[in-house]
Ligand binder design. Sequence first.
Ligand SMILES: Cc1cc2nc3c(=O)[nH]c(=O)nc-3n(C[C@H](O)[C@H](O)[C@H](O)COP(=O)(O)OP(=O)(O)OC[C@H]3O[C@@H](n4cnc5c(N)ncnc54)[C@H](O)[C@@H]3O)c2cc1C
Ligand code: FES
Length: 493
Amino acid sequence: MTSLWLDVLRPIPTDDFEPLASYDDVIVGAGLTGLVTALLFARRGHTVAVLEAGTVGGLATGSSSGLVSLLQGAQLQKIRQRTYQGVVDAYAEGSREAFSWLLDYTEGAGVDVERRDAYSYATTRRGLERVDSEYFVGRRAGLDLVKTLKVDVPFNTLGAVRLRDQAQLDPRELVAALAADVRALGGIIVENAHVTGVEAGDPATTHTSQGDVRSERVHLTTGAPILDRGLYFAKTTPRRSLGMAFSGVDDDDLPGALYRSVDAPSRSIRRHRGDLIVSGNTHGTGRAASETALAQDLEDWTTAHWPAARRRRAWSGQDYATLHGVPFVGFLPRGRGRVFVATGYDSWGMTNAVSAARMLVADVIGDDSPWMTTLHHRVTLPAAIGWGLGANAAVAWHFARGWTKALATPVSAGELPGEGEGVVGSEGLSPVARSTVAGESCALSAVCPHLGGIVSWNDQESTWDCPLHGSRFTPRGEVIEGPATRGMTPRPL
Ligand SMILES: Cc1cc2nc3c(=O)[nH]c(=O)nc-3n(C[C@H](O)[C@H](O)[C@H](O)COP(=O)(O)OP(=O)(O)OC[C@H]3O[C@@H](n4cnc5c(N)ncnc54)[C@H](O)[C@@H]3O)c2cc1C
Ligand code: FES
């Protein structure tokens, strides 16, 4: 389901694919990272092409709540617990520069930005400890944080940390402006060009569903990296969050600031014009029993606190968490210095995407700032390694569980799911995935083409989601996102 921001009729102008064309930089993915990277290279006189599998800003960026903040829930203490203070300082410095860049850019491009205070609030005793910790770690990193008991929301909180003068925006307006500026500088943006592989030769060749192109360098700004060379899929955890827009709330009752919970379940609250925007219920991709139930839960929570709220729109989106809370940005291993990657923003991509884009450009031109060098060379503490081991154990558990459950659930030949439903079972020793959406029934192998996980049905989005590394597919088996580059295999119904 598309987000509030993407629910507009006017498409963003793009270009036709030119087979075998050559560029300085090919950028794969037209989310915030890809577009800022393309713009920065184009401004330096590089020829650039952005190749997008779907539509500009159509995935995580278009699902974002659009909070642009240096206070990011409890992110700084997470980084501190898993690395050391120098990395927190570097992360904060990169975010500060990204924030300034974004504000300067939006002002010049005429994108509406509203300045608001940001709060990380606690509703439990444990949360209050996190608020304290965020305050100390953030202050040490130079953020002008203040502790406060005054949190202007219609439910009980125990306290919060506040940062003045952060920002909120409409992410689609932002990507539309970036895309227009990239094209104004001679850059090419192609939609529906699904990249299936990259050869890191001289020049590099990028294979897409529309043909091949050549370039000096390739930048994978695809959310999950689509090449397995760096094994980034094993170092990141895909997580989905739900977003909702509500109408009907009195203007005086709409939040005047940006609020983010530090307790689970996650909650992010803001206003957009006359609407209340709430996002949260973050969960592992393909691991929720029902995303529809999670959406209902978010709606129930909202209407319990804003009784006049009426659901206008619901959507969900995916982002990737790294083991230390710091994005992976830079050379892709075995990419011969020609293939670069940026991933792992842990739901804080509005600033992290800009930091990552600036790092990608600095890597190419050899102009790293000290904060970039620190982030490239961060040391991972045992806490992060432990977290990584836990995440990989969960992957192994979901692999075994998926296969065991599928093989223990035989389905008969004529058995079709009801409208909007998807079922996984087995025909003999073959796991199968069957769905019916808008009257069309489809049957596929339930085995994820990436590394063999068993997909599960996402009843909110009507998609097949893989609980291992987050690849997602349409009911017909086409890839939507994640590390898989091929679709699921069709089976006879
Ligand atoms: C519900 C939700 C709310 C959020 N709220 C906030 C917030 O308030 N503040 C904040 O800072 N962050 C927020 N985030 C996080 C933020 O939206 C993301 O971190 C950021 O948008 C990621 O940008 P990106 O460019 O890396 O990814 P994307 O926007 O996903 O872009 C990647 C692009 O690559 C394309 N692609 C993938 N594979 C291929 C391929 N093989 N070939 C060609 N193209 C491909 C995709 O189609 C996609 O368009 C939120 C995220 C979610 C899900
Ligand atoms: S995404 Fe890796 S196995 Fe499915």
